[in-house]
Design a protein. Structure first.
Length: 330
């Protein structure tokens, strides 16, 4: 994670920001940088960075660890003092590269897993022997090394990519990850219904191996919801286009709308124009711990590409009798 921007800077909030300020900043930035809305180069990467920053800072426990240890907070074993960790990092910077690794074969990195399959490389601290750094500090007397004790394994993470339907319904999935030494491991993973972009799924004890009897770290699967031509996801809210005819928009109608949870009926009020959003409460992503998101149907008035003789006559008659002018200032 070295070289990444500070998560507070990513969201544009001070380090003293409360939960509501963080949520407001995330919603504004996510809406502006969503790949379905922003087609500029780099928008998708910014969106992922924004989602990761919100995922970390919106969780009080994770935020506290981030504030204490910085961008490498996920790699810090539980119970390590911040000053001890800082000393270990300084020692690591001064050590020659020796090729020894802790918790895996290569320096930890992320790789996307598509459709719960494919390969992901994951590792620990690269060339740094974590056991040497945290388990071998000198004692206060004589300069002798303390006996090594159990050192927990490092937490690791990988990304998984889900469709909107997968995120909506959840369920059991099998994924396969490969380590830097070419070995592969498969996992049965329960995807919670209503999982959101940036949410982390914890696989306890599946991370880096501990040393001297230390417990294994955890493996975190970071969810990325794949952009979809039909659905746009913001938090737990889902947006979908709703094509309607000119007469349905003018006179009002009940029309079907498709969401990831299936079809529903929505009432289009008389006099509706394109761009109007119709809300279907609690039809967005489920929420196991609270209120589900909403489904928003955005009206798109469609006209026939070709007219029959009678249709043309009726439109011409409407043009003669109507004094409606959408370009006139009111």
């Amino acid at each position: 994670m070295a070289g990444r921007r500070d998560f507070y800077q990513v969201l544009g909030v001070p380090r003293t920001a409360d939960a509501k300020e963080i949520q407001r900043a995330y919603r504004k930035l996510a809406r502006a940088n969503h790949p379905d809305v922003n087609k500029e180069p780099g928008a998708e990467e910014r969106f992922k960075e924004i989602s990761e920053a919100y995922d970390v800072l919106s969780d009080p426990d994770t935020r506290r660890r981030y504030d204490r240890f910085g961008p490498d907070f996920r790699q810090v074993p539980d119970g390590v003092d911040p000053e001890q960790w800082a000393a270990a990092q300084r020692a690591a910077e001064q050590r020659p590269r020796a090729g020894a690794t802790a918790g895996g074969g290569t320096r930890g990195r992320r790789t996307t897993v598509g459709d719960f399959g494919g390969d992901v490389d994951f590792g620990g601290f690269g060339d740094v022997d974590l056991d040497d750094l945290l388990g071998g500090f000198f004692s206060r007397t004589g300069g002798a090394r303390r006996p090594r004790g159990p050192v927990p394994g490092a937490d690791q993470e990988a990304e998984i990519e889900l469709s909107v339907e997968d995120a909506y319904h959840g369920g059991r999935r099998r994924i396969t990850l490969s380590s830097g030494n070419g070995e592969s491991r498969s996992y049965e993973v329960t995807i919670p219904a209503g999982v959101t972009d940036g949410q982390r799924i914890r696989l306890a004890g599946q991370g880096g191996q501990g040393t001297d009897g230390g417990a294994a770290g955890d493996l975190y699967l970071v969810v990325r919801i794949r952009p979809d031509a039909r659905f746009r996801v913001e938090g737990r809210d889902i947006f979908v286009d709703l094509p309607v005819t000119p007469w349905e928009a003018a006179l009002g109608a009940k029309v079907p709308v498709e969401g990831p949870g299936g079809a529903a009926k929505v009432t289009v009020p008389a006099g509706t124009s394109s761009g109007r959003r119709l809300r279907l409460r609690k039809r967005g992503l489920p929420n196991p711990n609270g209120t589900p998101g909403d489904l928003y149907a955005e009206v798109k008035i469609m006209v026939p590409s070709s007219l029959s003789k009678r249709e043309k006559e009726l439109f011409e008659e409407l043009a003669r009798v109507s004094d409606f002018d959408p370009r006139r200032q009111t």
